[in-house]
Design a binder for this molecule. Structure first.
Ligand code: NAP
Length: 302
């Protein structure tokens, strides 16, 4: 049997670096596709992974397909953990898949790592639109495509989402406070991804993981328990009012990053992007961190 070599694109990123480390932990042979000119902390992190056996190949997922196919020689699985605009997520990942086809790769894991992109519609979330478009273009390839979905990163839920204000002591949410949501830490997402990537019994499709499934009310309780502080629970409006707020902001701004956090929240608090089932049980050796424990370790210190 050919060696199960994995190529990771995005190995210098937040998630990709941890996926790479987890693959090495599991004894996989790993090659990283790295853009030229990496320096500073990213270079130091790559050096540490190289010392553990990581192979490097220079390249960009938007490179010429033949050049990329060279970089993919001998690779069984390609894992993409890239981030960027449509030129990266849609066109770039399609380009990487075409190179994977040329190189005889068996499986491709696209950079999805989100709430259920297959349940959302176009225009619900501009970041997810790029991934849905990519999925359409990857469909029908002889390379089997496996999406790994993890809900929202816990890291994002206590920062970027703007829900918890640790300074002001407020917890501000939209929609039904009792709607369950799928949350996973970056470390656990990486651990589950590595397990799925090396799992020969998985065909294409999607696997779904959650570190913990909690409602906004339970998330609030976990934040209070973890910090020993009280946080004012503020309901900003219904899910429909949230949708109207997103539309208002979209009219006002050319920059979708001004409202994408709200688009993610809408997908979650309506339940539209909620996982119907979880695949955690496939890998019982992974014991994911729960929200309270995560907040205890990661809340900003007063
Ligand atoms: N579920 C959630 O809550 C959540 C939250 C955040 C992110 N995510 C997802 O996780 C995935 C990874 O995100 P991240 O935050 O880890 O991203 P990140 O830290 O910004 O890293 C992005 C990686 O992509 C690489 N890259 C970008 N363009 C490339 C290109 N043209 N060719 C080759 N490599 C390229 C970057 O390389 P350089 O180092 O050269 O720039 C870097 O390694 C994304 O799918 C993202 O949407 C999910």
């Amino acid at each position: 049997m050919a060696e199960n070599k994995v190529l990771v694109a995005g190995a210098t990123g937040l998630l990709g670096s941890q996926i790479t480390a987890n693959l090495l932990d599991r004894g996989a042979s790993v090659r990283a596709l790295v853009r030229p000119g990496i320096d500073g902390e990213k270079k130091a992190a790559l050096d540490a992974l190289q010392a553990r056996g990581l192979e490097l190949v220079e390249g960009d997922i938007t490179d010429d397909v033949d050049k990329l196919a060279e970089a993919l020689k001998g690779v069984r699985t390609v894992v993409s953990a890239v981030q960027g605009g449509p030129e990266v997520i849609t066109d770039g990942q399609e380009n990487l898949l075409r190179a994977a086809e040329k190189a005889g790769v068996s499986r491709f894991v696209p950079s999805d790592f989100a709430i259920d992109i297959f349940k959302l519609d176009y225009e619900d979330n501009f970041m997810i639109d790029m991934r849905k478009r990519a999925a359409e273009r990857l469909a029908g390839s002889p390379v089997s495509v496996l999406s790994v979905l993890n809900g929202a990163f816990m890291e994002v839920m206590i920062a970027f989402m703007g829900i918890v204000d640790f300074e002001q002591g407020t917890f501000s949410h939209w929609g039904d406070p009792d709607q369950p949501m799928d949350l996973t830490s970056i470390a656990d997402t990486a651990a589950y991804t590595a397990a799925a990537v090396l799992d020969e019994t998985l065909a294409g499709g999607a696997v779904r993981f959650a570190g913990e499934v909690v409602s906004m009310r339970q998330f609030h309780t976990a934040v209070e328990a973890a910090t020993g502080r009280s946080f004012e629970f503020r309901t900003l409006g219904t899910a429909d009012e949230l949708r109207a707020e997103i539309e208002r902001l979209a009219k006002e701004s050319d920059n979708p990053f001004d409202y994408v956090a709200l688009q993610y929240q809408w997908g979650m608090v309506t339940g539209k992007a909620k996982f119907d089932s979880l695949d955690n049980d496939r890998y019982p050796e992974i014991v994911p961190v729960a929200v309270e424990e995560f907040v205890r370790a990661n809340a900003p210190k007063a």
